[in-house]
Write a protein that binds this ligand. Structure first.
Ligand code: URA
Length: 238
């Protein structure tokens, strides 16, 4: 891989910024100062330093984030949102190596819970593809009581104003109907909130608990994250 690409992917700056650093003799490969941004480096073997400090490299990164409320599911903020001092989910991954991380899917700004943050586009595509019907389980609190008839209706699939009704889902009623766990196999915009609206109920708190084989680590407090384990990654890639 080219040295300038290695540095840019490792978060050392944009391609043109890292070229300037190379020209300014700030970059060494295996102890030798390099001035050619096109020099080929072996990311598995060569030691690259910038200003004397090793530059960490990873082809792919995978993090489990417990998204807190108030944070936007985007890889970066543009225009208006940046001006309003908003925070996006990738800003929370402070220990990351790569600069091209993005959230695999979106949660509403006020929704908490499991979000996979990665730069693996193929994996994200497989998880999010509508055709794959990956199960997503949420914990939802409601402003009223979910009765048996509404539960059955929601489970069978409801018209939420889209082209097609929602696919069948599973609901586990909690707290006598004031809360529930709901598993859906789609990922439509505001889907859970819109589904409960058809039963005259407002979702007052929403948290994603799982997505396919990935379950939110109960040790992660809102805003905390950790790399996926080998086992989690293996399950996701199956
Ligand atoms: N359904 C919603 O309504 N909001 C989310 O954030 C996720 C699913």
């Amino acid at each position: 891989m080219r040295l300038d690409r290695y540095l840019a992917e490792a978060g050392a700056g944009t391609r043109s910024e890292v070229k300037k650093k190379i020209a300014a003799a700030e970059v060494c490969v295996n102890g030798e100062t390099v001035r050619d941004p096109g020099m080929k480096v072996d990311e598995t073997a060569d030691l690259v330093t910038l200003g004397g400090r090793p530059v960490r490299y990873a082809a792919f990164e995978y993090y489990m984030l417990n998204k807190p409320a108030g944070v936007i599911s985007a890889s970066r903020l543009t225009g208006d949102l940046r001006d309003k001092d908003q925070v996006c989910v990738t800003d929370l991954i402070t220990d990351r190596i790569r600069s091209d991380l993005f959230p695999a899917g979106r949660l509403d700004k006020d929704t908490e819970g499991l979000l996979l943050i990665t730069n693996d586009g193929d994996l994200a595509h497989r998880l999010l593809s509508p055709k794959k019907h990956v199960d997503k389980t949420y914990y939802a609190e409601l402003d009223g009581m979910l009765d048996e008839a509404s539960r059955n209706r929601l489970e069978a699939g409801v018209d939420i104003g889209d082209e097609k009704p929602t696919l069948p889902c599973r609901i586990r009623v909690l707290s006598g109907g004031a809360a529930c766990e709901i598993t859906i196999r789609e990922g439509r915009f505001h889907q859970i909130k819109r589904m409960f609206e058809t039963a005259g109920l407002k979702v007052t708190y929403l948290k994603r608990l799982s997505m396919g084989p990935l379950t939110l680590d109960p040790k992660l407090k809102p805003g905390e994250y950790r790399p996926l384990t080998e086992q989690e990654l293996k399950l996701l890639k199956q």
